[in-house]
Design a protein around this ligand. Structure first.
Ligand code: GLN
Length: 539
């Protein structure tokens, strides 16, 4: 018998309350008690996946080992749980409809009229239960995107309402995350919006079992009593989620509030041990007792929205804690960088990271930043487009190939040192067609990456269409740039280094997707360590 328990997390009153962090924190506590847990995100938008979305829409597109382009919340799940997610962990309305329509075209509905209920809701239920299917997980936490009351999320709410009865008593739990606003003029926390959103949920047939209340101020005992009374929950199921200094504090805050205990109680799950958070708390301890500091420039074109580079920013937090060094990330808009102002903009920084990206906008600024880092011995990490810019900069300024470029930016460049991958040439659809997910990379042992990874072959995640053009490899290597990592099957260049520079590494893959609290990414750890070591010499 499958005994997987299901927890559903909904949100009310406002978006951006941090459902993903609450789901990840609860999962962390349950995992720390010895349960196997995974988290799934249901997104109500009609895009099949977020791969085609501009980062300004929903922030970074996160990529899993199996090559799924997913919501950035999956990054939080992996960073907290240190356990890989997959395509099954992120489902959108577009994907649901796509598969129902494909089934309809194959005639699988045997002449029936295809409707939201039951066909769409059945597909949603299948996707939720798919994760619990083979008993891999004791608990599946499903986060429903959007806010209760949105037209778009109705089929999801209906699907989980049905599922509750199908799963049977004590096998599912509803957590509703809500906002308790503080009215400064009245000096009061207000419960009315929460009452209304709980009521909206009830109109869809769902009674919240647990309320997690986002608040800027402590909830008083009276207020908890009132919320319990008006919202039909036990008082111990009113959980305060007060603003935290860092998202990594949230598991401990939820532990203090007893969120894991109430969840286990309602799911009738026994747990003899308290959560073992030793490793987590060691990380927090290092993170909060930093002994030095570095300032790293993040050169990108989506810097107005911090979420666009979420995984990179989190990787720096992990790497900072590993080195016991605070990492201040200064975001610099690549469109505003020129060869004339670059010294003023980046000259004082301890390290430079040139970010991933697409399209022509801002690339000359990125190239100017690479050149400055290379010629001034500033530790440099180029990720994906950042690595490609490093190759272009080297080709133009060291090899002497004037006008060298990527054919993504200039189809007519005389020196296409970065070019469309052969396998991409016949592709016309934009969705899910890049070189995605985990691929092997063979490393040259006597190199920066060789000493960092301490392994001859690594697996890293990718998301790109263009690559280092092999036709120029000999010329570029003869001029000094070293290729220190290649894909063992295809020979595709994955890593470049500049040997006469103290720390200059460009990688075609995205190390930031694999950095977690338990396993900070070695490349970020090494980058921060070098930036710190050299910054001390400067002082
Ligand atoms: N635009 C580049 C490519 O498609 C880089 C992609 C990226 O930075 N993720 O190859």
């Amino acid at each position: 018998m499958n005994t997987t328990k299901y927890i559903f997390v909904t949100g009310g009153v406002s978006s951006s309350l941090g459902k993903g962090i609450i789901a990840a924190s609860l999962a962390k506590l349950l995992q720390a008690r010895g349960f196997t847990v995974t988290i799934q995100k249901l997104d109500p938008y009609i895009n099949v996946d977020p791969g085609t979305l501009n980062p300004y829409e929903h922030g970074e597109c996160y990529v899993t080992d199996d090559g799924a382009e997913t919501d950035l919340d999956l990054g939080h799940y992996e960073r907290f749980l240190n356990h890989p997610t997959s395509q099954a962990n992120n489902v959108t309305t577009g994907r649901i409809y796509q598969s129902v329509i494909e089934k309809e075209r194959r005639g699988e509905f045997l002449g029936k009229t295809v409707q939201v209920i039951p066909h769409i809701t059945n597909e949603i239920k299948e996707r939720i239960q798919h994760l619990g299917q083979d008993g891999r997980y004791d608990i599946v936490i499903t986060e429903i995107g959007g806010t209760v009351g949105d037209i778009e999320s109705l089929p999801y709410i209906e699907a989980v309402r049905q599922l509750k009865w199908e799963l049977g008593r004590h096998n599912s739990l509803f957590i509703h995350l809500t906002l308790i606003p503080y009215l400064a003029a009245a000096g009061e926390l207000k419960t009315k919006p929460t009452q209304h959103s709980v009521k909206t949920l009830m109109e869809s047939g769902i009674q919240a079992d647990v309320l997690v209340c986002r608040t800027e101020h402590e909830l008083s005992d009276d207020l908890r009593t009132k919320l319990a009374l008006f919202c039909n929950v036990e008082k111990e199921a009113v959980i305060q989620s007060i603003d935290a200094k860092t998202i990594y504090d949230v598991p401990n805050l939820m532990l203090d509030e007893g969120l894991d205990k109430i969840a286990l109680k309602k799911l009738r799950l026994e747990s003899s041990q308290e959560p073992n958070l030793t490793q987590w708390n060691e990380f927090l301890c290092r993170h909060k007792n930093l002994k030095g500091g570095v300032t790293i420039g993040l050169i990108g074109k989506y810097i107005e929205l911090q979420d666009s580079y979420k995984s990179i920013l989190e990787s720096f937090i992990h790497a900072g804690a590993a080195n016991e060094v605070s990492v201040e990330v200064v975001s610099i808009h690549s469109e505003h960088l020129t060869p004339e102002n670059v010294a003023d903009e980046v000259g004082a920084l301890d390290g430079l990271l040139v970010a991933p990206g697409f399209g022509e906008r801002g690339i000359e600024g990125k190239i100017a930043a690479v050149q400055y880092a290379r010629t001034h011995d500033i530790p440099f990490l180029g990720i994906c487009l950042g690595m490609q810019m490093a190759v272009i900069e080297y080709a133009r300024n060291v090899v002497g190939l004037k006008g060298a470029n990527s054919t993504e930016m200039d189809a007519k460049t005389p020196y296409p040192v970065i070019d469309l991958m052969e396998a991409q040439k016949s592709i016309t659809d934009k969705g899910g067609t890049m070189r995605l997910g985990s691929w092997a990379c063979k490393i040259v042992p006597d190199s920066i990456v060789g000493s960092i990874y301490q392994s001859e072959e690594i697996q890293e995640r990718h998301r790109h269409r263009y690559e280092f053009n092999d036709d120029y490899r000999t010329q570029i290597e003869d001029a000094g740039m070293r290729v220190t990592g290649v894909n063992p099957q295809t020979g595709l260049v994955e890593i470049v280094e500049v040997p006469e520079h103290p720390w200059f590494v460009g990688v075609q893959y995205h190390p930031e997707y694999k950095s977690t609290v338990a396993n900070p990414h070695p490349l970020f750890v090494g980058f921060v360590a070098k930036a710190y070591a050299l910054s001390k010499n400067k002082k």
